[in-house]
Design a protein around this ligand. Sequence first.
Ligand code: 8YV
Length: 312
Amino acid sequence: MSTPKVLQIGPLTERFQHNLAARYDVTALWQQPDPQTFLSQHGPQFELLATSARFGCSAEQLAALPNLKAICSFGVGYDSIAVDAARDRGIAVSTTPDVLNDCVADLAMGLMIDTSRRLAASERFLRAGGWLKGNFPLARRVSGKRLGIVGLGRIGQAVVKRASGFDMEVRYHNRSPLKDSPHGYEAHLLDLARWADFLVLTCVGGASTHHIVNAEVLAALGPTGILINVARGSVVDEQALVTALQEGTLGGAGLDVFEAEPKVPEALLKLDNVMLLPHVGSATEETRLQMEELVLANLQAFVERGELLTPL
Ligand code: 8YV
């Protein structure tokens, strides 16, 4: 049997590249001088595609791959993949769910603790010699606060599990209530924001959630409220967020994702009531290894049995 061909959209780790190349005849699209021209000439050769939440697969790319059968993506988000077009053509799509729940939830807790107790801000104060002149201003308690989750899926549940150790009351907003959830459901995001001390975003990105956290929601969260975003930058109206933080109508924000990442608005960099992270929710050695292994296992299952292990 000949080695199956795999088209890869963008690079992952060296280890992944090595393991992929050991099993497949890999074509690196990003290394082609003109990727779209390459696709229009060679697209029909490929039945398998490897990508990531970051690089995705656009509708234009998909259109140039008439024989594609499976897309195996690294990451749980699929807003960068033209999934509707893939579904219409019967192309199977896999992501890497579950293996990253704990790390993303850990990071969300870290952001909650940092933004309310002001860990990084107080460390900056100490390093700058501020302590020699006086005490750092009082921060805010984490334990016992009200936690509003936007998108109570697998990652949201992992955040809730951690929050129970902090005696937090939990409510959530999804498009519809979950059948077996013990937590209060808010049909309107605005009502959840009014109620919550922390509003934590663990929902999907893409058109269905674009800018759902707008100026009104931020105002409802209020001057002592804190927004945590470990989902996608597109969920938040970033300009409205900057204004709310500058004017103090929102207490603080912990952000791992941004609308135009890796570009972060200058105005956010100047603020002290935010913690800004470079999209590191799943970025641990352990989790990234499991994500890589799951992409490889999905490809293998599809080649051997025509089935993905973790289809969308
Ligand atoms: C990815 C992510 O690691 O899983 C996701 O959707 O956003 C991250 O965990 C990153 O985007 C890799 O492409």
